[in-house]
Design a protein around this ligand. Structure first.
Ligand SMILES: C[S@@+](CC[C@H](N)C(=O)[O-])C[C@H]1O[C@@H](n2cnc3c(N)ncnc32)[C@H](O)[C@@H]1O
Length: 284
């Protein structure tokens, strides 16, 4: 009851925001949602674990596959890290394509994901991936274990990205790499899509979603989704630069995902507003 109240308040709050006050360097909405306390954080994690996972369990292979961008990320890691080293995929999903690729390429691969269903699937996809259920913001591994900690297509689902970055750094050994991508909130299209996600659903859209849910229940197919809150949040790279500064982290670079899905280093810091996806590479 308490949690439901929290997210009802959250949706109302997001709906009442004055968009013109949004500042480029600080996601007011993000801060606002986080400030509402743990309630929405728990809701977002529950949503990822119980609802989103039912979509992702087939979507990765059927809809997305092994994209050119993913292949470029894999090649990048293979160039940085010698075979035989120990990697961990944070938010590993079904293990396809990244963990599976790395295991077959000769790495020792671990994985962690918030969804038990996805972890079960990951074990089926490749039993040699050593994976378990867990939260990116509280990694159940001891310090300095991995030569590379990577996290792709996932940071925008974490309620507290800084905490996940801390954890990824903690489990990575000295001289190892932490590599993760973010949706760039400075990019017009990314920001527009985010704003649309924040506006509470009303009218026809709401009726359509509710009708779909009822069909799913009657036909006993698919998972009804009654939720209506934003669980996917882009990041301003400036907030990550600030965080790195606070933590005295200077050994990093940013790669941008270009239109042809290739990766290119474009200097260390910037708003990179032409690019929707940025990859942070830190050497610990
Ligand atoms: C879009 S999928 C990407 C999965 C995988 N990285 C891939 O590229 O195929 C996002 C993943 O993040 C996971 N996830 C979301 N929040 C998480 C959290 N707090 N801790 C661990 N995993 C989480 C989801 O369960 C899901 O598997």
């Amino acid at each position: 009851m308490y949690l439901s109240m929290k997210w009802i308040v959250g949706i109302r709050a997001a709906g009442n925001l004055n968009w013109s006050k949004l500042n480029r360097n600080e996601s007011l909405v993000q801060t606002y949602l986080y400030q509402m306390g743990n309630g929405l954080t728990v809701e977002r994690k529950k949503y990822m674990r119980d609802i989103y996972s039912k979509y992702w369990i087939t979507a990765r292979e059927k809809i997305y596959g092994f994209m050119e961008y993913d292949k470029n990320l894999c090649n990048y890691i293979c160039e940085c890290i010698p075979k035989g080293k120990k990697l961990i995929g944070v938010a590993v999903g079904t293990g396809y394509p990244f963990a599976d690729f790395f295991q077959k390429a000769g790495y020792i691969v671990h994985g962690i994901d918030i969804s038990p269903e996805l972890i079960d699937k990951c074990r089926q996809v490749n039993p040699l991936i050593d994976c378990k259920v867990g939260d990116a913001e509280e990694l159940d591994y001891s310090d300095n274990q991995f030569d590379c900690t990577y996290c792709f297509h996932s940071t925008w689902y974490f309620p507290n990205l800084n905490r996940a970055i801390d954890e990824m750094l903690r489990v990575t050994r000295a001289d190892g790499y932490v590599i993760f991508d973010v949706q760039n909130a400075n990019n017009k299209e990314i920001y527009k899509a985010y704003r649309e996600r924040l506006v509470p659903e009303r009218g026809v859209k709401k009726i359509i979603r509710y009708s779909k849910n009822i069909c799913k229940i009657i036909l006993r197919r698919g998972t009804p989704d009654w939720h209506n809150f934003c669980y996917e949040v882009p990041t301003y790279p400036e907030s990550i630069y600030d965080y790195f500064r606070q933590k005295n982290i200077s050994n990093f670079c940013v790669l941008v995902k270009k239109g042809d899905e290739s990766l290119e280093a474009e200097g260390n810091t910037g708003s990179f507003k032409e690019f929707g996806r940025l990859v942070f590479v830190l050497e610990k």
